[in-house]
Design a protein around this ligand. Structure first.
Ligand code: ADP
Ligand code: MG
Length: 559
């Protein structure tokens, strides 16, 4: 047996590891399984190019709890390590990796949440173990190696009698980390971090019921068999080519991602790019309501099929955090704070690629099946309107397919709407006035009045529409929005006289004076007799558009 001392500049790194990663101890398992996966895929590559002359077979990674021995095992059938390699990769590379990590991120570690997004590799095992063993046999014809380290910079290394190729990591779980000896806790971690890792991961066995043999009697129990319990799906949909997937495959992947979600997604967007950055993924549009308290944090971020986080803020524009699905990219730097992330050039490109893809998909849905798009509009408008407000590039694209429904159930694009009302809804300043209602019932008589005059009335009721109208008013030339109960309605210049008041001028004057007395002279409400539509409402009371909007903005706290 040989002993040695890991070359350390800080005397003992392990207390530091514990201290800095206190809240994220659980990531050790993800790190060890990532290493096991790397080792397996490296062997696959070496056999494929003929460098390793061994049978690759169907390798597994196994996670095993030894509750009595207080040990946790992670076993792979990958390329293994020779003694030289253990010295190099574990004592030097892994160690310097850990040391570098700690030096570099000592400060950012305080920036909550960053640290768990990426690991410090092999040495993260010491967050939960007081002693770690590596038993490994390389695919090369060399004796197996047994390395032991008790958490100090001292280690021992000796020959082992392991015969199968691959690496077994044994963690002697520390007293304060015994939760990691619980089956339920490990299963939870595997589900969280490793659900879609590319090599099958075995955790225990399960009983499978086999078909009864033909000559079995009715009362005979069906035969059973113990089989490996594989916890992951190594080939998730996003890693496949879009041409190889049917609609049903996307739906079933959605159910795999969100088993508790019973509502089907409205549609999906498959992301797939390898230049100038690498990114794959599938985004889903869920049914959204008008409620702005939409649950975010539903998009999961992966790096090479390893779960990183479900907070993608900073990586996709805010309005897209309302979607669901998966983004997988090795090119997203995770060792930085959110504000840095938003300023990072690569991340900006990724974010604008995703935004562009979403806009393109919406555009093609609109073009290819407008009827269906109209049907879905109510469920997707909040994302689109929010996007148009916050991203100018998205606004440009969405302006072609964003819809403006009328109270009668027609849907116009902005261009179509302009075409429709041109010449008939213009005020004295030659501005096109777009009339809308926000509540069909409450504003019924106003709506009828406007319609009787031959105006189009939109039904715009989403919570941010006020802001979008303002944006449209500043972006487009010579248009303005006015709610049907605003004072605009009588200021429109009509092509022909469609006034339908049945009162005489004298009667009007009297009624006006009476009503104004009731509402008080100082009020900003105006009584409009010209606007009446039927015997049921001989007059309407209007409030200036600007005044009402100001009140609304104060309520929603924005401008
Ligand atoms: P990284 O994975 O980023 O290289 P780690 O600290 O996780 O850093 O691992 C250090 C090195 O140790 C790896 O690069 C690899 O060479 C070696 N290693 C770790 N685990 C295994 C394993 N299960 N099989 C083979 N080699 C391993
Ligand atoms: Mg690693």
């Amino acid at each position: 047996m040989a002993t040695g001392k890991i070359n350390v500049s800080v005397d003992n790194i392990f207390p530091l590891i514990k201290k800095f990663l206190y809240s994220d101890h659980e990531i050790f398992l993800r790190e060890l399984i990532s290493n096991a996966t790397d080792a397996t895929l490296k062997l696959k590559h070496l056999t494929a190019i003929g460098e390793a002359k061994v049978e690759y077979g169907n390798p597994l990674i196994e996670v095993k709890i030894d509750k009595e021995g207080k040990k946790l095992h992670v076993i792979d059938q990958g390329l293994g390590m020779t003694e030289e390699e253990v010295k190099k990769y574990i004592n030097e590379v892994a160690f310097s990796g850990a040391e570098e990590f700690l030096n570099k991120y000592e400060d950012s570690a305080k920036d909550a949440g960053i640290i768990g997004h990426f690991g410090l590799g092999f040495y993260s095992a010491f967050m939960v173990a007081h002693k770690v063993e590596i038993i490994t046999k390389s695919y090369k014809e060399e004796p197996a190696v047994h390395w032991t380290c008790d958490g100090s910079p001292n280690f021992t290394i000796e020959e082992s009698n392991k015969t199968e190729r691959g690496t077994e990591i044994i963690l002697h779980i520390a007293e304060d980390s015994t939760e990691f000896l619980e089956e339920g806790r490990i299963r939870e971690l595997l589900r969280k971090y490793n659900k879609f890792m590319p090599v099958p991961i075995k955790f225990g066995t399960k009983t499978e019921t086999l078909p009864k043999p033909e000559d079995a009697k009715e009362e005979d129990p069906a035969p059973t068999k113990e089989v490996d319990n594989i916890i992951n799906n190594p080939n998730p949909a996003w890693t496949k080519q879009p041409t190889d997937l049917k609609d049903e495959d996307y739906k079933s992947f959605y159910r795999e991602l969100y088993p508790m979600q019973f509502e089907e997604p409205l549609f999906h967007i498959h992301l797939n790019v390898d230049y100038p950055f690498n990114l794959t993924g599938i985004l889903y549009f869920p049914k959204l309501t008008n409620d702005l308290n939409i649950q975010k944090d539903k998009i999961q971020l992966y790096q090479n099929q390893v779960f990183v986080t479900d907070n993608v803020e900073g990586i996709v524009p805010e309005f897209l955090t309302m979607l669901r699905g998966v983004i997988d990219s090795p090119d997203i730097p995770l060792n930085v704070s959110r504000s840095y992330l938003q300023a990072d050039g690569a991340v900006k490109k990724i974010s604008s690629y995703i935004t562009g893809k979403v806009a393109d998909k919406l555009n093609s849905l609109f073009k290819n099946n407008r009827e269906d798009f109209e049907k879905k509009w109510n469920d997707i408008k909040i994302v689109i309107e929010y996007g148009m407000l916050s991203e100018d590039k998205f606004f440009e694209k969405a302006d072609k397919f964003a819809l403006y429904p009328t109270v009668d159930g027609a849907y116009y694009t902005f261009e179509e709407l302009q075409e429709k009302i041109k010449g008939n809804q213009t005020d004295k300043d030659d501005k096109m006035v777009i009339l809308y209602a926000s509540d069909k019932e409450a504003q019924h008589s106003y709506i009828e009045t406007a319609k009787a005059k031959g105006y189009e009335v939109l039904l715009l009721d989403s919570p941010i529409i006020g802001h979008l109208m303002q944006k449209l008013e500043t972006t487009k030339e010579k248009i303005s929005f006015a709610r049907v109960d605003a004072d605009h309605i009588d200021k429109l210049i009509q092509k022909e006289d469609t006034q339908i008041s049945k009162l005489s001028d004298e009667e009007k004057e009297k009624l006006k004076a009476d009503l104004e007395a009731v509402f008080g002279e100082k009020s900003n409400y105006t009584v409009q007799l010209e606007a009446m539509d039927s015997d049921a409402s001989p007059f309407v009371i209007t409030e200036p558009e600007f005044l009402r909007r100001m009140k609304e903005m104060q309520q929603t706290g924005g401008g």
